[in-house]
Design a protein around this ligand. Structure first.
Ligand code: HPA
Ligand SMILES: [Zn+2]
Length: 364
């Protein structure tokens, strides 16, 4: 909720979310209840007092100091996810929330297969659970989605190779169960080009590619993601704003940044949401979408992020129209689906304009 007069418009705008980690939707309550159900111990409070209760854990989540400080808690959370039903329930909770609270119409969602297979959870358990929720979102909510596995930078590259091979050999991309490949986790000291052989292979197979870059890492990592990994989209990319030439290039090539301003403030990438490079990106004509990243950890789902951006920048209706239209165009769904989404966006904006005209007439 925000105090802007545009709040009702911000709620009703049809949204596409491109930067959402399904495991980042695991709330402290769900984490504790799955830990009990699956008999998976959490760290004892004597070791980390944050694990005394869901509320102490939620409190600790308000004090992250960096990406790696967050990732420490994030990967502990993975331990409690065991059965296909756990994965399905987690993803369904996101789809339902995004549908009800924010009118998300299309979502491209990440997950981290290696952090599950490393705990002996089969790839099929993870993917089948998430895919079941995605097909339910389609049939019950009319919401389209794509599942995107992310390779993890903090693990040995050989681990990325074997996971990528398993995904390809399992025909998850060719069958359409997975919509692309991503790269995430620790960024500093893990330059993107180390993953070039995998991403070059993905490119040659027509697998779509997106890369977390320029979150904590320098603008040069964004350039490397584009040049060495043939990235089609950049996740975060905030630090690209430090390099005007790079901004000009991103605008010229129409690369979409999946911006997560609340996440950036929570992980101290920026001092606050108002320090996100929203103005610089608008001024340079760089396309971006507005996203939540890990809502259960940062206490903000996509609607909260739209509101936080509005509170910080006071954008105009025209600027929001540009943002949601860029989000549709930068989505990886079929052209037919984009046509529907464009129509929905135009419909809501048209209604908003008419409402404004009506209220002006009423005021005369
Ligand atoms: O913001 C992020 N950055 C890198 N890895 C991640 N894994 C979940 N969220 C993130
Ligand atoms: Zn992310």
């Amino acid at each position: 909720m925000c105090n802007s007069p545009l709040h009702p418009l911000l709620v009703s705008l049809p949204k596409c979310e491109h930067h959402l980690h399904l495991e980042g939707c695991l709330t402290p309550d769900l984490l504790f209840s799955l830990s009990a159900k699956n008999n998976i111990p959490l760290p004892p409070p004597s070791e980390d007092p944050a694990f005394a209760s869901p509320s102490t854990l939620a409190e600790r989540y308000t004090a992250f100091t960096s990406l790696d400080d967050f990732l420490h808690y994030y990967y502990i959370g993975f331990r409690v996810l065991v059965t296909p039903e756990d994965f399905e329930a987690l993803a369904w909770s996101y789809f339902l929330h995004a549908h009800r609270e924010a009118n998300v119409r299309h979502a491209e969602v990440f997950f981290d297969p290696q952090a599950h297979t490393n705990r002996s959870i089969p790839l099929s358990t993870v993917i089948n659970g998430f895919a079941a929720a995605a097909s339910r979102a389609e049939s019950e909510l009319g919401m389209s989605s794509l599942l995107i596995p992310c390779l993890l930078r903090h693990l040995p590259i050989a681990d990325s190779h074997s996971t990528y091979t398993a995904l390809v050999e399992g025909e998850y991309f060719t069958s359409g169960v997975l919509g692309g490949i991503g790269l995430c986790s620790t960024e500093l000291s893990q330059p993107p080009h180390l993953w070039a052989p995998i991403f070059t292979d993905a490119s040659s197979r027509g697998i779509r590619r997106t890369v977390h870059a320029g979150e904590e890492g320098p603008p040069a990592y964004v350039t490397l993601a584009l040049d060495a990994l043939d990235a089609m989209r950049i996740d975060h990319g905030v630090r690209a704003a430090e390099d005007t030439h790079l901004l000009t290039r991103l605008a010229a090539e129409g690369v979409l940044l999946s911006l997560c301003p609340v996440s950036n403030a929570a992980l101290k990438v920026t001092k606050s949401v108002s320090d996100a490079p929203v103005r610089a990106l608008l001024d340079h004509g760089v396309r971006f979408s507005v996203n939540s990243d890990d809502p259960a950890y940062f206490g903000a789902w996509i609607q909260d992020v739209y509101c936080a951006v509005q509170e910080a920048f006071g954008l105009t209706v025209g600027e929001w129209a540009g943002i949601v239209r860029a989000a549709v165009e930068g989505s990886w769904c079929e052209e037919e689906r984009k046509k529907v989404l464009r129509g929905e966006v135009d419909g809501v904006l048209g209604n908003w304009e008419r409402r404004g005209e009506d209220s002006r007439e009423g005021g005369d």
